[in-house]
Design a protein around this ligand. Structure first.
Ligand SMILES: [Zn+2]
Ligand SMILES: [Zn+2]
Length: 341
């Protein structure tokens, strides 16, 4: 059976792997139909992801069909369409015992820390399958990205009427935008890249956009847009340490700042910048099982439209050739998907 292996940064190879076993207790055998390409995959290809191990079969954003279930599996049946929650948590650590499975100390993200979905069939823990029979496979493949934004929005906790700033209009920022809009808050988006801001203005009725610059002009824009109040909630989805450090300046008194992007650098800001306005600073990691179920319902109900997201498509045969395009900032990629069968 076919698979594609990321042997090392910059090098994919087509390989043949052995057919998976029959599913054991609690497992399911699935066939992936569509895989989303994530910033994590691009980071792995570029050799910029600290968690990534090589060689690796990538793929964690997946719309799959259940082929066979193992003993004791109740909530899915063969033929079901599902989205995969790729965070393979341990179920025993402190975080897992408290229900914070997204921060499991021993988490192994499928397709990042162990082999993932870029193969014809594979076995998966059935509890990580979220059924969405009314959805297209490509919609199911987008659920995980949306879940990251859903969780980040929940961490910030905006309510109707709040002013919210999202910094970074890549897929995670856009995912957060979807959920902030559902709360009835007023959204402003900030990004370096003019075409991304244009994409936001065209596809979402957002209040304002701010062009990010490394000077005080963005702070002045914040002040102008909010009549000097600044934003009740700021979600930084850049993963850029300079943006993350500067983000405090956009938060209102008693406001909340959420970091959903990840940086391996040190953040720097004067303590008074958080103390005087009594800010709450939070991280947002992965997502919770309930987020997957909620998103499947929202897509089915038409409250979230996935169609503007998919800008590029490829398939099993062309992926290796097409992948380098997706690593280029000027390629206009919002989301690329791979049709696997
Ligand atoms: Zn992802
Ligand atoms: Zn755990």
């Amino acid at each position: 059976m076919q698979a594609i292996l990321l042997e090392k940064p910059g090098q994919f190879s087509p390989i043949t792997v052995s057919e998976p076993d029959r599913p054991g207790p609690g497992q399911a055998l699935v066939r992936p139909h569509v895989m989303g390409i994530c910033g994590t995959d691009v980071g792995g290809y570029l050799g910029k992801m600290p968690f990534f191990g090589y060689p690796r079969i990538i793929g964690h954003e997946l719309g799959v069909e259940v082929l066979e279930i193992g003993e004791g599996v109740q909530h899915v049946r063969s033929g079901d369409r599902c989205s995969i929650e790729p965070y393979l948590n341990c179920g025993r650590c402190y975080a897992c015992r408290r229900g914070a499975t997204n921060t499991c100390q021993f988490n192994q993200t499928f397709g990042v820390m162990c082999d993932g979905g870029l193969q014809e069939r594979f076995l998966i823990r059935a509890d990580k399958l979220h059924v969405g029979n009314g959805l297209e496979f490509e919609q199911l493949a987008l659920v995980e990205t949306l879940a990251i934004g859903c969780h980040a929005c929940d961490r910030g906790g905006p309510v109707a009427g709040d002013r919210v700033l999202i910094i970074g209009a890549g897929p995670i920022g856009l995912a957060a935008l979807e959920f902030v809009k559902l709360t009835g808050a007023e959204v402003t988006v900030m990004d370096l890249v003019p075409s991304r801001l244009e994409f936001c203005r065209q596809n979402y009725q957002i209040a304002h956009t701010i062009a990010y610059r490394d000077d005080d002009s963005a702070l002045e824009e914040t002040s102008r847009i909010t009549d000097g109040d600044r934003f009740a909630v700021v979600i930084d989805a850049t993963g850029n340490h300079r943006s993350m450090s500067a983000a405090l300046g956009h938060v209102a008194q008693t406001g909340t700042l959420v970091y959903v992007g990840i940086s391996d650098q040190t953040l720097q800001f004067p303590h008074v910048a958080m103390h005087k306005p009594e800010l709450t600073i939070k991280a947002s990691r992965n997502a919770l099982p309930r987020d997957f179920a909620r998103i499947i319902e929202l897509i089915a109900g038409g409250q979230i439209r996935t169609q503007p997201w998919i800008t590029h498509r490829t398939n099993f045969a062309d992926l290796i050739n097409d992948f380098p395009t997706y690593t280029q900032a000027d390629s206009g990629v919002v989301k690329a998907v791979v049709e696997l069968c």
